[in-house]
Ligand binder design. Sequence first.
Ligand code: SAM
Length: 323
Amino acid sequence: MDSFGRTVDYLRISITDRCNERCLYCLPENYADWLPRGEILAYDELLAIVGATTALGFKRFRVTGGEPLIRPGVVEFIRDLVATPGVESVLLTTNGTRLPQLAQPLFDAGLRRINISLDALDPAIYRTITNGDLAPVLEGIKLVKEIGFESVKLNTVLMRGKNDGEVFRLLDFAAEHDIAIRFIELMPVSLTEMLSEKNFFPVTELFAKLQREDELEPLMESFGFGPAKYYRLKKRGATVGLIGALSDLHFCERCNKMRLTCDGKLRPCLGNHLETDLKPALRPKIDATLLSTLVCSTLVQKPAEHLFRENYQPQRVMTAIGG
Ligand code: SAM
């Protein structure tokens, strides 16, 4: 439990700051400021941190990045994570581009929950946003459904003037494939697609737009461990989640997570520059007692609210923090 009585049992682990695409809103063009390889935590260091957090009651672990599926050894890491005592749920967030090759090995490694970013269904809009090719992502989505992952969700970051015209098409796609889709408000965590009044599309506006077209039934059951509020669109048959980090004034009241950056900084809040460097407890060798002390002291510092509404400026890109 943190200082505000919230149960914090969810760690999002960034295993790389590198992406194979998604450069438009994650990274500036020609971004070259990648962390040197030695700065990135090794898998055994990540597992030591997982061990320190399970001892404190953490149960859910999301593997993210950067693009986690481009890091060599990710399947074996997920297998080890799934088998770690105290780990109840392992989740993955991916841009989906490598799922055609990796969906089955990931399932065989024990992964059952996967979120796939899908910002548009129009290939040209998709390419403008991500710099990438939509076809393998759609193939990957189809494949994870066929393989039988227990939870598959789509993530769409809403950007006015970029993909707000794609909403209904995405909802139809989600309904057709029986997948929940979450629309996420753009947060001030990118260096390229900077949050501005021009590109910000509040989920409150989306809610009103959906209400004009359909009947929204609030869903009480939870579809995950995150902050989305879920609705069933009765006419379309789609399940939609809305994540309004800025417009939902109660957003942080339900926050149950901390984030680990790929270079070993533990962040108690995405929208706050507070972070603890865990490397002194990992190198030159793993010190489990110090690790546990550092994790505890970071949890105690978890702020009541993010600073996104207070002209927060990102000092790290989302890919390095692990969205
Ligand atoms: N590469 C993976 C992917 O594309 O899903 C995982 C990393 S990505 C940073 C994790 C999530 O953060 C994705 O759902 C992405 O769409 C979201 N994201 C990235 N930048 C964002 C921003 N500025 N505001 C809100 N969400 C953002």
